[in-house]
Structures are given as structure tokens and as C-alpha cells.
Design a protein around this ligand. Sequence first.
Ligand code: FES
Length: 84
Amino acid sequence: MPVIKSRSRQVNAIAGGSMDGSADLGVLFGCHSGVCGKCATTVLSGLKNLSEPTEEEAAMGLDPDRRLMCQCRINKGTVKLDLA
Ligand code: FES
């Protein structure tokens, strides 16, 4: 089962599922549509375990290690986010 982690906590996720569980770790969501940028979060490790960036993420011009939590999906393994 994939896992989403912060520095101090973790939540289980579903393979191929959303990163909505990251809200429990402190990610703030706004539009849920890849527009507002509120959910942009730095991925400390496990970037390869996420889906490819969406058009919305590409359009936002994020650094390669930052992803929109409302857009990416977790496929497998552990993804550690830059959260307390
Ligand atoms: S919640 Fe708005 S871009 Fe993710």
C-alpha cells in the first residue's frame, strides 16, 4: 500500500489514487483543479512514485521537485513531502 509521509507523520494511500490524504499532513487545498497553486508541495523523496505532471502542473512552471497535490496521483511506494 502506498504511503504519503511528512517529517513526523504518515497516511496510507491507494495505488493509483489521489494525494488527498496529504491534507491530513498539512497540505492546504483550494481549487482542486490545478489552478490556484495552493497545494503545491515539495517532494523530498519518492518523486518517481507519482504520476507524470499534468498539463496544469506544467503550465504553472513549478520546480521539478514541486507537485500539485490535487493533480498528481501516487502509484506505489512512499512519497515524502516537505511538511512538518
Ligand atoms: S488546490 Fe488549487 S492547484 Fe491544487
